[in-house]
Design a protein around this ligand. Structure first.
Ligand code: FAQ
Length: 330
C-alpha cells in the first residue's frame, strides 16, 4: 500500500548547493511563485518543511484525542453529530498534511514512527485535559480560532502542496470555530452552573491557546529562516496579537471574561495588550511534561497497534492487485 513518494530535486548535502541555485530559488520566492515538489530546493528548506508540516500533521491527529473523549457524552444528538464530524475532519487534515509531507521525499510511516517514539513534536495545546463538556465548545472557539489565524497565513506559504492543503483545511476550521463559539454562547446564556462551567473552561484554555503560536519572535530559532523563504509570512508574535484582538470582542459579546488582569486596549497601537505568558510552562509541555503528554502518546501507540491488521490486509490486497496487473513482476 505504501507508495514511494516522488523524489524532489534537492542536493544531497548543503555543500553541493551552488549560490546560483540558491539565488534562483530565492528569486522565485521573492517573485511570489510557489515551489513545487519536483522543483529544486535547498536541502535546508526541505528539512524545515518536513519538520513543520509533520508536526502540524501529528497535531491534527493527536488533536482528535481530547475531543474524541467526549463523543459518547455529548448532551444532544445535534451536538454529537457536530463533534463526530469535527473529529473526522481533523483526521482528514492530518491525512492531507501527511500526503503533502510525502512530496518532500519522506514516507508517512517514518513520520509516524518518529511520533510514536517520542522524537517528533505536536502542538502543546493537545497536552491539556478536557474536563467538562464546556471544554469542547472552548476548544472549537479558542483552539480552532487560533489555528485559523495561523493557517490562513499558511495558505500563502511558499511550498505549493502545503499552501493548497491549507485552503481546504481553513474552510473546515471555520466551521469548527463557529460551532464552538455557538456552544460557548449557548452555555453562557444558560443556568448559573452552565455559565460557571464555561467560564472555568475558558480560564483553563486561554493561556495555552496563546502558546500555540510558539515562542516570542526573539526566542524563535526557526522564524528568521522560515520568513526569509516565505514558509512563514508573519512572525509568531504578530499572529498571536491578531488572535487576541479578534477574540476579546467575541468574549465581550457573550459576557464572558478572559483570565488576564493586564488586558487593556491600547489606543496608540489599536491592539489589546496582554500580560506575560508563562514560557516555563510552554517549554515543560513541549519537553514532554505537560498534564497529558504520556496519555496522548500511549493512546496513539495503542491505536497504531490496534490498526496493524488493517494496514497488513490493505498491503496484501494491493500486492494481489498489482500481481494481477503485472503478473511478470510477481
Ligand atoms: N507546540 O522556532 P519556533 C490545530 C516548537 S493544528 C509544540 O517558533 P516554528 C487544529 C517548535 O516546533 C495546531 N511545539 O518554531 C486542530 C520548535 O521546536 P523544533 C498545529 C512548538 O516552527 C484544532 C521550537 O518550539 N498547528 O490546532 C509550539 O518556527 C482542534 C521553537 O519554535 C501547526 O502546526 C507549540 N505550540 O513556529 C486540531 C501550524 N510552538 O521543531 C484538532 C504549523 C513552537 O525546532 C483539534 N506550524 N514549538 O524542535 C507553525 O505555524 C509553526 O511550526 C509554529 C512554530 C508557529 C507552531
Amino acid at each position: 500500500m505504501a507508495t514511494k513518494p516522488p523524489t524532489p530535486a534537492v542536493s544531497e548535502t548543503a555543500a553541493e548547493e551552488s549560490p546560483d541555485q540558491t539565488g534562483a530559488f530565492e528569486s522565485r520566492i521573492a517573485d511570489g511563485q510557489t515551489i513545487e515538489p519536483k522543483d529544486w530546493m535547498p536541502e535546508r528548506y526541505r528539512r524545515q518543511l518536513i519538520r513543520m508540516m509533520s508536526q502540524h500533521a501529528h497535531s491534527e491527529v493527536v488533536g482528535m484525542l481530547p475531543e474524541g473523549n467526549w463523543i459518547t457524552r455529548a448532551p444532544t444528538l445535534r451536538r454529537k453529530m457536530g463533534l463526530l464530524a469535527k473529529v473526522q475532519d481533523e483526521a482528514g487534515h492530518g491525512l492531507y498534511i501527511y500526503c503533502g509531507t510525502e512530496t518532500l521525499g519522506i514516507d508517512r510511516a517514518e513520520l509516524i514512527d518518529q511520533l510514536l517514539a517520542g522524537r517528533a513534536k505536536y502542538s502543546s495545546i493537545f497536552n491539556y485535559p478536557t474536563l467538562s463538556w464546556a471544554d469542547i465548545g472552548t476548544i472549537g472557539w479558542l483552539v480552532d480560532g487560533a489555528a485559523i489565524v495561523n493557517q490562513t497565513i499558511l495558505a500563502k506559504t511558499s511550498y505549493g502542496p502545503y499552501a493548497r492543503a491549507m485552503v481546504r483545511i481553513c474552510k473546515e476550521e471555520n466551521f469548527h470555530k463557529r460551532q464552538g463559539y455557538e456552544m460557548v454562547a449557548t452555555l453562557a446564556q444558560g443556568t448559573p452552573a452552565q455559565r460557571t462551567m464555561v467560564q472555568d473552561a475558558i480560564n483553563r484554555w486561554w493561556w495555552p491557546s496563546l502558546m500555540m503560536f510558539g515562542p516570542s519572535d526573539k526566542d524563535s530559532p526557526n522564524s528568521a529562516e522560515l520568513l526569509k523563504w516565505g514558509v512563514k509570512r508573519k512572525g509568531n508574535d504578530e499572529l498571536r496579537q491578531r488572535f487576541v484582538n479578534l477574540t476579546i470582542p467575541q468574549a465581550q459579546a457573550i459576557g464572558l471574561t478572559l483570565p488576564d488582569p493586564d488586558l487593556h486596549y491600547d489606543e496608540a497601537t489599536n491592539n489589546w495588550t496582554f500580560g506575560p505568558i508563562d514560557w516555563d510552562e510552554f517549554y515543560r509541555v513541549i519537553g514532554g511534561h505537560g498534564p497529558c503528554n504520556h496519555e496522548r502518546l500511549q493512546a496513539r501507540r495503542h491505536a497504531h497497534e490496534a490498526g496493524r491488521w488493517v494496514r497488513e490486509a490493505a498491503e496484501a490486497y494491493a500486492a494481489k492487485q498489482a500481481a494481477r496487473v503485472h503478473p511478470e513482476a510477481a
